[in-house]
Design a protein around this ligand. Structure first.
Ligand code: IMP
Ligand code: MG
Length: 176
């Protein structure tokens, strides 16, 4: 499969405006309480950095990478932690930062796993949500944008590891 065209769906300005709003919303909730952001690599790296800059509460940044095995553009439900957190989250206010929630399998697995580590609170923030694709229920606390069931790239999201560095979010047209 080859990419035929990428059309801009959300401009850099739109994305960054929404991230500022999310940052303000999160800051209002946590106030002076520290919050630990868990960036799910690699997809949410760009989003996490921008969001962290817009949160005024004390922020701790942690990183984790997971792989959900699956062919092409969908995840299989078999999730593996490739790089775990380097620190304990016990007693902390945790927000998991994700790029996109699609079937919900990755996050469902991950949240169950993180819950067993006894954080003080555990919330989920995603830049994009494709609610029409949900297979497994996931409670999302903060959503940047709800999007239709189309494959997107940019702002951290990839197609076969490419296009993560596009400053906007685009729809992909694939040449069969
Ligand atoms: P889920 O387990 O099906 O919710 O899959 C979530 C993961 O699939 C995301 O973290 C992305 O890595 C990937 N993904 C799902 N939809 C897209 C998309 O439209 N573009 C790029 N990656 C996607
Ligand atoms: Mg991916």
């Amino acid at each position: 499969m080859k990419i035929k065209n990428i059309s801009v769906y959300l401009t850099e300005e739109q994305v960054e405006k929404r991230i500022r709003e999310l940052g303000a919303e999160i800051s209002a909730v946590y106030g002076e309480e520290p919050v630990c952001l868990i960036c799910i690599l690699k997809g949410s790296a760009f989003f996490t950095c921008e969001l962290a800059k817009r949160i005024t509460s004390p922020v701790e940044l942690e990183f984790m990478s997971v792989s959900s095995y699956g062919a092409g553009t969908s995840s299989s439900g078999v999730v593996r932690i490739v790089n775990d957190l380097g620190t304990s989250i016990e007693g902390k206010n945790v927000i998991v930062i994700e790029d996109i929630i699609d079937s919900g399998r990755t996050l469902n697995y991950l949240l169950e796993n993180l819950k067993t580590r006894n954080p003080k609170s555990l919330r989920l923030c995603t830049l994009l949500d494709k609610p029409d694709r949900r297979v497994v229920r996931v409670d999302v606390d903060y959503v940047g944008f709800e999007i239709p069931d189309k494959f997107v790239v940019g702002y951290g999201l990839d197609y076969d590891q490419r296009y993560r560095n596009l400053p906007y979010i685009g729809f992909v047209e694939i040449e069969e």
